[in-house]
Design a protein around this ligand. Sequence first.
Ligand SMILES: C[S@@+](CC[C@H](N)C(=O)[O-])C[C@H]1O[C@@H](n2cnc3c(N)ncnc32)[C@H](O)[C@@H]1O
Length: 339
Amino acid sequence: MVQQTPALDLIRLVNGYQISQAIHVAAALGIADHLADEERTSDDLAAATGSHPRTLYRLLRALATTGVFREGQDRRFALTPMGECLRSDAPVSVAPWANLIGRPFEWNAWAHLLHSVRTGENAFRHVHGTGNFDYLSRHPEEQAIFDRAMSAISRRLAPAVLAAYDFSPFRRVVDVGGGTGALLAKILEAHPLLRGVLFDQPHVVARARSVLEAASVINRCEVVGGSFFETVPEGGDAYVLKFILHDWDDAASTAILKACRRAMRVGARLLVLERLIDSPNEGADTKFADLNMLVEPGGLERTPAEFAALFAAAGFRLTRVVPTATPLNVIEGALADAA
Ligand SMILES: C[S@@+](CC[C@H](N)C(=O)[O-])C[C@H]1O[C@@H](n2cnc3c(N)ncnc32)[C@H](O)[C@@H]1O
């Protein structure tokens, strides 16, 4: 008999997009929130989410085979431990990310990965005729979905960053490209004497107030809108860039770092929070994140040596790499000509 397992294993991988999009739809409908307190039938869930009953059943029974939901008798569905993570109020909610990745504007860019691989070009620009951040600025609903996804990731990763890296020597931290402030809020919450500056594009920081107020750090946080290709707020003793440089190629990343350098005084620290490319055959999350950077913003994930070269090109020296309990690392730099 012909051994079928490798082919079947491959087919499951090939069909992985079906699972991604199905989870996206469940997230977009808020199914997990409707299952938070009790099991419910798919008809009940269809009524609660304004969906087509028979078709929602087909979606949920398929997802129940992946371990996201559990199907019981009479078309009743319940959350599994994975499904709990799709609740919008889960401590580490994956719902905002699932909600983002299946949106047509993101999904369509991945349909053009072949173009990127043939040409080295950014698929998103090929499809939409403009860069990812420019597109978001013109589509406020998508921008809000994107910002919520970034904030959820920051809230998930912040405890590990705070456990691994000591922010207590600093008095003023500038979060460059800090989105709507989720990470900075966590840093300031953990360090009551610290002051913060949240810096991002004006239309993004315009929606940061509620995040900073909810964390009761608004009184210690300045909010500044601008472009990190021009100027970055001065006077910080730490400049955090989380998931910024991986959005950009080396030339643009060097320009961002140079703007930071111009704002920094001797003794200030650059804290680049990024994943690192692992050795061959390892680090799937980062290597696929790298493809996501190629396709969506047009950037790349880097090795430690590539970060060291980037730092040097912008007048920094890489002082140390501090791993966290997550794939995120704190890649620390200081001004190259400072002691
Ligand atoms: C991948 S997100 C990361 C956000 C945040 N640091 C985090 O980790 O959640 C990239 C951020 O860069 C910001 N950004 C893009 N272009 C910018 C520019 N020219 N100046 C300032 N911020 C910019 C975006 O608005 C977005 O918030």
